[in-house]
Design a protein around this ligand. Structure first.
Ligand SMILES: *Cc1c(COP(=O)(O)O)cnc(C)c1O
Length: 401
């Protein structure tokens, strides 16, 4: 019997990360707050996704893309030297080893395949670090689709290499000059663009955010991380399940996919946010980009700009399911600073020969801190998702180190 069903309180389905409730809700979060034309488009995406996930043809085609093009399954790497230094047993789920260098490809291949099934010829996407844009451009090239990627001007400066990669792959990159010129504004712009292009285009959302069905659908496409890790832990760990499961949280897709594999176990789930982008840890209830969730806001309820050294964590909110998991107490959300993340990146490079993305370095920074202050008791087993590789951050790091 599952642990959750022994306790009073929330329904096990919610705690074990199944389907959202009526109207795309995770508890009081989620929903579909969008203009009428997008509500209809979201309904079509939901219907297509429900059909596709039941279709063995779709499932096999996606499994093949993930295996032959994305390089799955990714290894579960024991971080031997770092584990000895920290006094915990740390295992890394290596999404940095996927094609294009981050977990984003898992979701994008799923949505791109869904788009072709729906007869859509173009993918629209927003991007922060550029990883989702690169993954979208890659999947579009692979499946013979067009790609239009919206990206904040500030991120275009910070992530010049990824901008070049997207253009090399044949995608159109549209600079967004409004607001903080980062991910939030790129997302708004991409949604606005989709309103006028729903017939021929699929909006390929890059995280577990946006209107229903995106938070659910993206988590399902990222569930492969958690499912693989669960099987790998069952084979590798004496207890079969780690004591702790840790992942960084921007919108929350790598964390949601990882948590989904362990939600029905005794593992303690921890999402690590950037100090300046802590939607789950410090946000308040609001509506943005089509869903009700936790967002950083000022006294007047205006969305506050996020600030993080990691472009992929520079989002002022968090996906609705994370807000729900937090409220249930099933997952906790903590924050680390830019400096802690940079130090963690250097430490992983020196101890294990892995240069992580600065986003992923946030998760490690918390592991390092918690191993030191008793938050992770000595000898605990810790599964951490290493969401991406650090190549894109080399120029940022070069200025600091
Ligand atoms: C985009 C990105 C993130 C943050 O996105 P989530 O949806 O929270 O997973 C984390 N790590 C890397 C490497 C990324 O590219």
């Amino acid at each position: 019997m599952r642990e959750a069903s022994l306790r009073p309180g929330p329904a096990p389905a919610a705690a074990t990360m199944g389907e959202p409730g009526p109207r795309g809700r995770f508890g009081g979060y989620g929903g579909r707050y969008a203009p009428e034309s997008l509500v209809e488009a979201c309904r079509e995406v939901e219907e297509a996704f429900r059909e596709a996930r039941e279709d063995p043809g779709f499932r096999n085609a996606l499994a093949e893309l993930l295996a032959l093009h994305a390089g799955r399954p990714t290894p579960l790497t024991p971080a031997g030297r770092l584990s000895r230094e920290l006094g915990v047993r740390l295992y890394l789920k290596r999404e940095d080893l996927t094609h294009t260098g981050s977990h984003k490809i898992n979701n994008v291949l799923g949505q791109a395949l869904l788009a072709t099934r729906m007869g859509r010829r173009r993918l629209i996407a927003e991007t922060g670090a550029g990883q989702h844009g690169v993954a979208t451009a890659t999947a579009a090239a692979l499946l013979g689709l067009e790609a239009t990627v919206f990206m904040g001007e500030r991120d275009i400066e910070r992530q010049a290499l990824n901008v070049f990669r997207m253009r090399m792959l044949g995608a159109e990159v549209v600079p967004v000059t409004t607001g903080s010129r980062t991910l939030k504004d790129a997302t708004s712009e991409a949604m606005r663009h989709w309103v006028g292009a729903t017939a021929g285009s699929h909006y390929c959302v890059g995280s577990v955010i946006g209107p229903d069905p995106y938070p659910w659908m993206v988590r399902e496409f990222q569930r492969v991380i958690g499912d693989e890790a669960r099987a790998q832990c069952a084979a590798e760990l004496p207890a079969g399940v780690p004591d702790h499961v840790v992942a960084c949280v921007g919108g929350g897709s790598n964390a949601a996919g990882t948590f989904a594999g362990f939600a029905d176990t005794t593992a303690r789930l921890t999402g690590v946010e950037a100090e300046g982008g802590a939607g789950a840890a410090r946000g308040r209830l609001g509506v943005l980009h089509g869903c009700r969730s936790l967002f950083l806001q000022d006294g007047d309820g205006q969305i506050v700009e996020a600030h993080s050294i990691a472009a992929g964590l520079d989002y002022p909110g968090v996906g609705p399911e994370h807000a729900h998991l937090r409220e249930l107490g099933r997952a906790r959300y903590v924050t680390v600073t830019d400096d802690e993340a940079v130090a963690a990146a250097v430490r992983l490079a020196r101890a294990e020969g892995i240069v992580p993305a600065l986003e992923s370095a946030h998760a490690l920074a918390w592991v390092i801190r918690a191993a030191g202050d008793g938050g992770l008791p000595a000898g605990s087993t810790v599964l951490m998702t290493l969401s991406g590789r650090g190549d894109k951050d080399i120029s940022t790091l070069k200025e600091l180190l």
